[in-house]
Unconditional design. Structure first.
Length: 530
């Protein structure tokens, strides 16, 4: 009883209750309670445990990044209960692990000052055996630290399977339900004294979570400026914008391709490919259509693949229907024996008459064995290769991913290389092109921008491009979303009533928070207030 009372003390519960305010996180309170209880039992009863372990694998099923909120609470709990000495956090660049595996000397971790180390193991799927060994080295060198692995690319438990003796605890950020989104919206409305009805809540909750947040902030700004608490009028404005966007999508596939920023060589190559395919078809000599897209993140690979799907349908290359299926590793590879081949075949069958686009395709060739030594990646590849061959006149498979990883994948799997008819390399965007992308995003949502921001953004993009993990257009979109929030807050808290103007100060405030500098790799660490 004494232990339970200590476990449920007011201070612990106050920290844990922070998770109640963030949808998708509240169930992790019980895991943290178990960790606290385990820690107290180990310390009070002198348990004989060979490896005392407070390391956590966090799996994200929501497609939203609530990691920092959850990790902040973990740090507070660990600090309050003496698991770590200071509530400071290091977000460890996974590429640091990859680079260390190339060197014989991996003793680079003893100088780490932070007590809680977070590793987003996107790198694990690229070289699982070496990365696993490097993590073990890291944990052994700094045994007093606590580690968190973010697992958003794998099936549940896959990281635990390869590092089971070092990570005893698991948490989950669950997929957001419509009801959870409704609760979030209602709480926001009530806390800001906004008037709403069920129709309004239903309309808002049908949007992705990130769009809901943006819409709510815009609604709040409009309500304060116009002194109007009924939000129905603001939603009608959003509907007008959506109709404008629908009208913009009436262009042909080739027109959409031409309208893309940059990518001149990619556009030229695709036009030539389309002409070649049409000519070959008229000569009754249909070629194999499978393609490989190489390039860094955010360089337009997915966008171009979708446009090709539209062009194929318009030109009736495979069929007159736009068939475009997007797949990732989790859509193709099963968790158990016998699951992978049917899953892969299902995606192939679904794509017949059009395109099967496999993003980060190299991940299916990152062989991660289960405890019995089974490798489901091989089964997936075998099924996929057979489908590419058997349906050569009725299917186009587009494999996409980072250049280096895709080249390696084709080298170790000659079956792919022999079936890939076209390879397209996607270059990084220039700083000028990134600025145009930002400007177009503003234009689409009817924002105006100050004349003095071009130099600021181009200089920032030139610096940000030096970061090894720079994500090109994806980075610009994330920056744009943050700028909108910053602009909304400025308008709401100042006398400025121009809700459509993005100023230089809005962008400067966001850039300051991004912590981008001239180094090619950036480590992110911060201390929380205790």
């Amino acid at each position: 009883m004494k232990l339970d009372e200590e476990l449920l003390d007011v201070e612990n519960e106050k920290i844990l209750n922070k998770l109640d305010d963030i949808i998708g996180l509240s169930k992790n309170k019980e895991v943290l309670r178990d960790i606290i209880k385990y820690h107290k039992v180990v310390k009070q009863y002198d348990c004989n445990i060979e490896f005392e372990n407070y390391n956590i694998v966090i799996r994200n099923e929501s497609n939203y990044t609530f990691y920092e909120d959850l990790i902040s609470v973990i740090a507070e709990i660990y600090y309050k209960n003496g698991i770590i000495k200071e509530p400071n956090i290091l977000y460890f660049d996974p590429d640091e692990l990859r680079h260390n595996t190339k060197s014989k000397d991996s003793n680079n971790y003893k100088d780490i000052k932070e007590d809680l180390i977070v590793i987003d193991l996107d790198a694990l799927r690229k070289n699982p055996k070496k990365i696993k060994e490097e993590i073990k080295v890291m944990i052994k060198q700094v045994p007093t630290k606590s580690f968190i692995i973010l697992e958003n690319e794998f099936f549940e438990g896959e990281v635990n399977a390869v590092l089971t003796e070092y990570f005893s605890w698991s948490m989950k950020i669950e997929k957001l339900s419509n009801e959870e989104k409704k609760l979030y919206i209602k709480k926001f409305m009530n806390s800001n004294n906004l008037t709403y009805n069920d129709k309004v809540i239903n309309e808002l909750s049908n949007n992705p979570y990130y769009m809901i947040k943006n819409k709510l902030l815009n609604i709040l700004v409009n309500s304060k400026i116009k002194n109007e608490n009924n939000i129905s009028n603001f939603l009608n404005q959003d509907k007008k914008l959506e109709k404008i966007k629908e009208n913009e999508t009436t262009k042909t596939g080739l027109q959409e391709l031409e309208d893309l920023i940059g990518l001149d060589k990619v556009k030229e190559q695709i036009k030539k490919i389309i002409c070649f395919i049409k000519n070959s078809k008229m000569r009754n000599n249909m070629p194999m259509l499978h393609m490989c897209f190489n390039g860094n993140p955010g360089t337009g690979k997915t966008t171009v693949a979708r446009i090709i799907g539209k062009i194929f349908a318009e030109e009736k290359i495979l069929s007159d229907k736009k068939v475009f299926v997007e797949a990732q590793r989790c859509d193709l590879i099963g968790k158990y024996v016998g699951h992978t081949a049917p899953m892969t075949q299902k995606m192939i069958d679904k794509s017949l008459g059009g395109i099967l686009f496999i993003d980060e395709a190299y991940s299916i060739a990152s062989y991660i064995q289960d405890e019995a030594g089974r490798d489901y990646g091989t089964e997936c590849i075998a099924t996929l290769l057979k489908g590419m061959e058997d349906n050569r006149d009725n299917l186009c498979v587009i494999l996409a991913g980072y250049t280096r990883e895709m080249q390696h994948m084709l080298q170790v799997n000659p079956g792919f290389e022999s079936r890939i008819q076209f390879t397209i390399d996607f270059p990084d965007y220039s700083a000028e092109e990134l600025y145009i992308i930002f400007k177009n995003l503003c234009h689409k949502e009817k924002y105006k921008i100050s004349n003095n921001i071009k130099t600021l953004l181009i200089n920032h993009f030139n610096i940000a491009k030096n970061n090894e993990n720079f994500s090109n257009a994806r980075y610009v979109r994330n920056l744009y979303e943050k700028v909108k929030i910053e602009q909304s807050y400025r308008v709401a808290t100042s006398k400025d009533k121009n809700i459509d103007l993005i100023k230089k100060c809005d962008i400067e405030n966001v850039i300051k928070k991004l912590k981008i500098n001239n180094d090619s790799k950036v480590k992110f660490g911060f201390c929380m207030e205790s």
